[in-house]
Ligand binder design. Sequence first.
Ligand SMILES: Nc1nc2c(c(=O)[nH]1)N[C@H]1C(S)=C(S)[C@@H](COP(=O)(O)OP(=O)(O)OC[C@H]3O[C@@H](n4cnc5c(N)ncnc54)[C@H](O)[C@@H]3O)O[C@H]1N2
Ligand code: MOO
Length: 393
Amino acid sequence: MALLPIAEAQARLLALAGPTPVETVPLGQAVGRWAAEPVVARRTQPETDLSAMDGYAIRFADLPGPWAVIGESAAGSGFAGTVAPGEAVRIFTGAPMPAGADTVLVQEEAARDGDQLSLAGEGPSYLGRNTRRRGLDFAQGDALIAAGERLTPARIALAAIGGHAALPVGRKVRVAIAATGDELVAPGMPIGPAQLPESNRTMLAAQLADLPVEIVDLGILPDDLGALTHAFATVEADLLITSGGASVGDHDLVRPALEAAGATIDFWRIALRPGKPMMAGTRGDMVVLGLPGNPVSVFVTALLFAKPLIAHRSGAADPFPRGRSAILGEPLPANGPRTDYLRAALIDGRVHASAIQDSSMLRTLARSTCLIVREPHAPAANSSDSVEILDIA
Ligand SMILES: Nc1nc2c(c(=O)[nH]1)N[C@H]1C(S)=C(S)[C@@H](COP(=O)(O)OP(=O)(O)OC[C@H]3O[C@@H](n4cnc5c(N)ncnc54)[C@H](O)[C@@H]3O)O[C@H]1N2
Ligand code: MOO
């Protein structure tokens, strides 16, 4: 069977399920979620002309003064009267500009003696200096955040100042994570020579920590068709992620167990290194993602498939990681038939691939800051050539 190109596998995976149902959450819980609907300004910001500095509200035409100070405008209150020619109002940052005034003289450039005010510096250079006009940031009805955009700290603050206390977002994605393999032992436990500390669940949960997920930990499952089938048939989640048992060995039972549990496999084996034996399918509304067991294969397939799928189900319009270009530090050989994601480090503007690219090597992965993306059959590359990288640290 031909290996599926990555882009095709990504598209097919996202087509397996749509976004989770929408819920409305307070802004304090919205960070890292995706806007389910456009967020529109319920007010104009600023609502009125404001001072941007501490000083005196004046009429620009009155420069160079002097002025009589007739009152005060503070943030939250304002000044009720009107500033007539020759008059000034003491004003503070964020306070409403009084009627009649159009410019602010900063206090560092003013001299005050009782109610008398005079210029003690250059003074404002143009009409409107040191003020913020009504609607400078946005007007009521303006689009603030598009549906499908991530709710970053700045966008949450924008929603707040736009008059919103809560926002509609996709409900959290329930992700069940299972490790499979008779050789696996919980980390830190005593271990025999044929055994291995389990690291994939821990890494996956950490990789998903910045996404709106609820993790259901299915633990370490044995290489036993009955036990795997039972676990896969009874789990309740939006997404089931397994690791291990995805390849063609006699103990690679994930695919038969998923099928025995009622799942349909949509695709298996992609033109990707590391991560070739990955499979994807559905069991009812639940998407199942069978990742290979090698730790680096898990890392890469989580980055390229699991995380984008969760983002997509959370309502993201643009769920895939974005590459950028970097300059190679050393030559690279021609690539084979799979897209290769080389563990690499970006040092002083040059990207250096690790000499050994074995998908079991977590220390190499942990030292890497990026992955170099090599397209299928890419020709050999020279030092100083530009390559695409994906940042991972
Ligand atoms: N004859 C073939 N053999 C293999 C092929 C192939 O096409 N033909 N593909 C290779 C590729 S590529 C990969 S990737 C691996 C992945 O296979 P599996 O998904 O079946 O993975 P396992 O055999 O279960 O495990 C591989 C490796 O990773 C260790 N492992 C597994 N789970 C964990 C865990 N949770 N934490 C830490 N380490 C884990 C496991 O002990 C193995 O060493 O298959 C190749 N073989
Ligand atoms: O695809 Mo496997 O992950 O190359 O080792």
